[in-house]
Design a protein around this ligand. Structure first.
Ligand SMILES: [Cu+2]
Length: 117
């Protein structure tokens, strides 16, 4: 690297650039994520997921022939449609809390979503 190039580089890293870097870092930290839960052999994997407000959970049916649904303990949110092998259902969590959910046709299938601020 020639010294001229180096000056340009260090010049860019001046303190007045700090707000730009900070904004970039916080944008990356705040980016909403989608966490996948696999359903296979009547089991949710992982059985518990930890996410943040604004993140989504995507349940993917990886069975050979069984359909499932998701019933969340949230007032006003109806049971999902039955989803078949290779189909999925996604829900975005907007409030913190512990959500103990289960499958509609197979109530013994249970999982948890922990949502923090
Ligand atoms: Cu099921």
């Amino acid at each position: 690297m020639r010294s001229g190039d180096m000056t340009v580089f260090t010049g860019w890293l001046q303190w007045k650039r700090a707000p730009v870097l900070l904004a970039l870092v916080s944008f990356l930290a705040l980016a909403e994520e989608t966490v996948e839960v696999s359903i296979e052999q009547y089991t949710f994997t992982p059985q518990q997921v930890n996410i943040r407000v604004g993140d989504s959970v995507k349940w993917v049916n990886r069975e050979k022939r069984t359909s499932h649904s998701i019933i969340l303990p949230i007032v006003g949110v109806p049971e999902s449609e039955r989803f078949f092998p290779d189909e999925s259902w996604t829900y975005r969590f907007e409030r913190p809390g512990r959500y103990d959910y289960h499958c509609g046709p197979h109530p013994e299938m249970k999982g948890q979503v922990i949502v923090t601020e």
